[in-house]
Design a protein around this ligand. Sequence first.
Ligand code: FAD
Ligand code: SF4
Length: 331
Amino acid sequence: MKNFAYLRPETVEGAIGLIARNANAKFLGGGTNLVDLMRENIEQPDAVIDVTHLTRGGIDELPDGGLLIHASVRNSAVANHPLVRERYPVLSQAILFGASGQIRNMATTGGNLMQRTRCLYFYDGTARCNKRTPGSGCDAIGGFNRMHAILGASDSCIATHPSDMCVALAALDARVHIQGARGERTIPFADFHRLPGNTPHEETNLRSDELITAIQLSPLAFGKNSRYRKVRDRASYAFALLSVAAALEIDAGTITAVRLALGGVAHKPWRAYQAENTMLGAKANRETFERAAEAELSAARGYGDNNFKIELAKRTIVSVMSELADAGGVR
Ligand SMILES: Cc1cc2nc3c(=O)[nH]c(=O)nc-3n(C[C@H](O)[C@H](O)[C@H](O)COP(=O)(O)OP(=O)(O)OC[C@H]3O[C@@H](n4cnc5c(N)ncnc54)[C@H](O)[C@@H]3O)c2cc1C
Ligand code: SF4
C-alpha cells in the first residue's frame, strides 16, 4: 500500500476544502471498503480525510414523519433504530442481510452508498477492466460472470452494485443530501448511481468535491408492509446474487401503491418501474405479479454464467410480492 496522509478536519467545510485542494484525496468512512481497495492498490490516495465525526451521528425524526439519517451513522445503528424498524422494515432487513456484525458496526451510511463493485476482475490487477483502467477492456464479458448484471449493462462493463442497503433506499425513494464547494443540494436516490455506458469508472453523480451529509426518507404509510429478500450462495457473509426490496398497499384486493427494487442485477440499485406500473390498479394476485416480473425482465440479458438470474429474478419478485399480499397490505 502506498504511503498516505491521514487528515481529520474539524468541520464539513474543512473536509470539503481539503478535497477541493487535493484531487487525489478520498473521504474515509468506516474504511471497510476503501482500506481493502488501498491494500489491493486499486485506490491509491495521497490522503484520506476522516469524515466519521463530521455529520452529527444520529437519526432525526422529521416533522412530516420521515427520517433524516446522517451520513456517519453506522449501518448497525440504522438497522436497529426503533423508527426504522417500525416504519421501514425493508431498510432494517436489507442492512442486516449485508456483511457481518463487525463490518456493519464500522460501515457508515455515506460509505455504503459509495462502496465499489465486487467484480472479481476489478480486484485482479492482471485482468482487463474498464472501470479500473478506462479503455483497457472487460474480462468479465466472456469470463466468469455468475455475479454480473442482467439489466442496464453495456459493452464496457457488466458489473453490479453490491449494496443491500441501497436497494431498500431505492425502493423507498430516498433523497441524498450533499454538501460541496458549490453549496448544498439533494439528489433523488434513483439519480445518485449511474449505469455504466462507456464510462463505468464514473459510478455516481456525486462530484469529486462533494460530501454526502445525510439520507432523507419520506413518510410512507405502507412502508410497514415491506420486506427484503436476498438470494445468495451462502446463508451469511455473501454478496447478493439477486435481491428484492418491496412494499405493497392493497385496498379491497386491488393494489393501490407499490414499490419494487432489485439488487445484484445492475450497475446501480434497480428500481423496477415497469413492474410497479403493471401492478398499480391491478388485482393483488399471482397472475399480476407474474405479469409484472415479465414486464420488468423483458429487457434482461444474460452473459453466460449469469443467465439463470433472469428466471431467478422473476421467481423472487413473484414470491416476495405474494408474501406481502398475504400479509394484507395496510389498509
Ligand atoms: C467481507 C465484506 C463483506 C461484505 N458484505 C456485504 C454485503 O453482503 N452487503 C453489502 O451491502 N455490503 C457488504 N459489504 C460492504 C460494506 O457494506 C461496505 O464496505 C460499507 O458499507 C462501506 O462503508 P464504509 O463507511 O466502511 O465506507 P469506506 O470504506 O470508508 O468508504 C467507501 C467509499 O465511500 C467514500 N465515502 C465515505 N463516506 C463518504 C461520504 N460521507 N461522502 C462521500 N463519500 C464517502 C469513501 O471515500 C470511499 O470511496 C461487505 C464488506 C466486506 C469487507
Ligand atoms: S464488469 Fe466492469 S468492473 Fe468487471 S471487469 Fe468488466 S469493466 Fe471491470
